[in-house]
Design a protein around this ligand. Structure first.
Ligand SMILES: Cc1cc2nc3c(=O)[nH]c(=O)nc-3n(C[C@H](O)[C@H](O)[C@H](O)COP(=O)(O)OP(=O)(O)OC[C@H]3O[C@@H](n4cnc5c(N)ncnc54)[C@H](O)[C@@H]3O)c2cc1C
Length: 567
């Protein structure tokens, strides 16, 4: 591929079919920005052409300039010497290119030097960068920090920092995790002490912080003395300074280009972002939700790269006097890899589009609140709230499976460092761990599935006329909805919290596959050219959906009751 955007038919299909008009009009203040900024579009069509040009440029840079550096970056890794972190040479070069081409402020408003693009296009961009070098995405993806400042910081803070993020002059870090507070961020202990002048100082230790050496960081810290849960946590902003010490960087399995730091805060000067006590409950949840969509996109990028490598190898490699791609077990693996990759992309772009749509409703609420706008905002927020963890869980697990299969298709060669799939499988492994493990995404998706929110979303996707040729697939989607409803009825009737937690994974896996099936069906309804991929996915998914429904409705409590003896 010479261009990771324009040479990828699936991304292009989504780009051309995304329902963006409302989102564009909202971002462009109904195109009033055109009178203030030379580069602002005058219409939705104009905006789309601009987005296409940006993604096309990024796609070319990613394929031709960043991807060739990835193996070298993996070998060299980030450096830590005399307390200072520096990037691998290839990482620095790639960052310089992205800054020079103004690609570090995708979603930031124009007044701060950003491109003012909808989040879903940033999601595409994240995927494109990740396909080239997954570890670079961890730095490119720090735009989420700027986005959080844009959403919650004061006007003065925004003016101070956002132009620097947009130009690439500064990089950031999202500093949440501590040795005893990983999945459970309510346990965060890092202490923020109020100073007489209204400023704050931070004391404590954080670990596993991507780019903890960054210039501007958002830190989750305990501002309320004596508190022990999330309500005592606030979000603070600090800059790189002598009191903020990088103790070490981690030696990791993958994403070697991305420095992962352990940090010691020795009275680091900091300032509050937004309101006290809202750090975890509001701001970090928002930051992490953005980052979860970004990790879903990173997963898709890695999987795309692994799939391309596997396809190429299977076409070239011969055994038993045949190309291995001609063996049914091999082409079946490749077809499944591609199908699950397309499913993850469909779910992730939909989740990202819903987050954009939520912003449209938030603006409407601010401008002209009304009962229908309020109801719309509530519904869209609920949809975004359930699709986001599903996207992260589905895409990251898919990515690991695709990378695993890509090595399998390479045989022994895939186990060797000389081949890209070895690096891709190592890079893939982190995606289902950071920004909340798959288990935590399952917990995050559970309320939206058990409350019936996802069911309503599926009903909406299934509504409308179905062309005759798709009636069988539509019937299978109907069957998937019925299995989901049956599972939920069983869980409600059982009213057993432990059983619900125990069956949460098969329930969410079933819900995720039902969602993907419906998104494929909708694609096929809109474009007959998508029908084959829809058929492949839905036919493959149905037996798994039936099996998971059986697990959830079995009422089998053996492992719950005997787990101590079974382990
Ligand atoms: C390379 C890398 C980069 C990172 N970057 C950042 C960063 O930039 N900023 C930041 O703040 N953090 C970062 N992290 C931290 C990351 O988000 C955490 O590692 C992750 O959230 C998991 O926390 P933990 O490692 O403490 O695992 P634990 O929370 O100890 O989890 C261990 C296991 O228990 C399971 N588990 C825990 N609770 C439950 C539950 N209630 N139900 C079911 N299972 C459960 C988990 O799924 C997991 O399998 C990074 C981590 C890595 C490895």
């Amino acid at each position: 591929m010479d261009n990771f955007f324009s040479d990828n038919p699936d991304i292009l299909w989504h780009f051309e079919h995304l329902e963006l008009d409302e989102i564009i009009a909202n971002a462009e203040d109904d195109f009033a920005q055109a009178s203030r900024f030379d580069d602002a579009p005058a219409s939705a069509a104009d905006a789309r052409e601009g987005y296409r040009a940006v993604l096309d440029m990024l796609g070319a840079i990613a394929a031709q300039e960043i991807a060739p550096l990835a193996a070298e970056v993996d070998l060299e890794g980030a450096h830590f010497e005399h307390g200072k972190v520096s990037y691998a040479r290839g990482t620095q070069r790639a960052l310089d290119i992205l800054s020079r081409t103004s690609l570090m402020g995708f979603t930031l408003p124009r007044e701060y030097g950003g491109l003012n693009m909808p989040g879903v296009l940033y999601t595409m961009a994240t995927e494109i960068v990740s396909q080239a070098d997954a570890s670079l995405m961890n730095l490119f993806g720090l735009q989420d920090i700027a986005e959080t400042i844009r959403e919650f910081a004061s006007e003065e803070q925004k003016a101070r920092y956002l132009p620097k993020f947009a130009s690439g002059e500064v990089t950031g870090a999202m500093i949440l995790t501590e040795p005893d507070a990983g999945s459970d961020l309510q346990a965060v202990r890092l202490k923020a002490v109020a100073q007489p002048d209204g400023a704050w100082k931070l004391y404590g230790v954080k670990r596993f912080i991507t780019n903890g050496c960054g210039d501007v960081s958002l830190v989750l810290a305990r501002t309320e003395d004596g508190s022990t849960d999330g309500r005592g946590l606030s979000m603070l902003l600090c800059e790189k300074c002598p009191e903020l010490v990088v103790r070490r960087i981690e030696h990791k399995l993958g994403i070697h280009g991305s420095p992962t730091c352990e940090l010691q805060f020795n009275g680091v000067p900091a300032e509050l972002v937004g309101q006290r006590r809202m750090g975890l409950i509001r701001y970090v949840m928002s930051l992490m939700n953005g980052a979860r969509v970004a990790i879903a996109a990173q997963s898709i990028g890695i999987a795309q790269a692994a799939y391309e490598e596997a396809l190429k190898y299977a076409r070239e490699r011969a055994q038993f006097k045949k190309r291995i791609i001609e063996f049914p077990q091999v082409y079946d693996m490749l077809a499944r890899m591609k199908s699950s990759l397309l499913a993850a992309r469909a779910i992730t772009y939909e989740a990202s589009r819903l987050v954009d749509l939520r912003r449209v409703y938030e603006h409407r609420m601010a401008k002209a609140p009304g009962e229908d706008v309020r109801a719309g905002l509530k519904e869209i927020s609920a949809f975004a709230g359930v699709l986001t963890p599903i996207a992260k869980a589905y895409a990251s697990e898919m990515c690991n499976q695709v990378a695993y299969d890509a090595i399998q298709i390479h045989g022994g060669t895939g186990f060797m460092r000389d081949f890209n799939v070895e690096r891709l499988a190592r890079d893939a492994r982190i995606t289902s761990i950071y920004e909340g493990t798959t288990q935590l995404q399952v917990i995050g998706a559970l309320p939206g599935v058990t409350s019936g929110t996802l069911g309503r979303f599926l009903d909406a996707l299934a509504a409308g006329a179905i062309p005759a040729g798709l009636s069988e697939l539509a019937a299978l989607c109907g069957e998937a909805r019925a299995h989901l409803a049956r599972a939920l009825t069983h869980l409600k009737t059982a009213d057993d919290k432990t059983y619900l937690d125990y069956t949460a994974r098969p329930l969410i896996d079933m819900a995720s596959e039902a969602l993907a099936a419906h998104l494929f069906l909708r694609q096929a309804v809109r474009d007959a050219g998508r029908a084959l991929h829809a058929e492949k996915y839905i036919r493959d998914a149905m037996p798994r959906i039936r099996m998971r429904a059986e697990i959830v409705t079995s009422g089998d409590r053996l492992t719950i009751e005997k787990h101590a003896e079974l382990m």
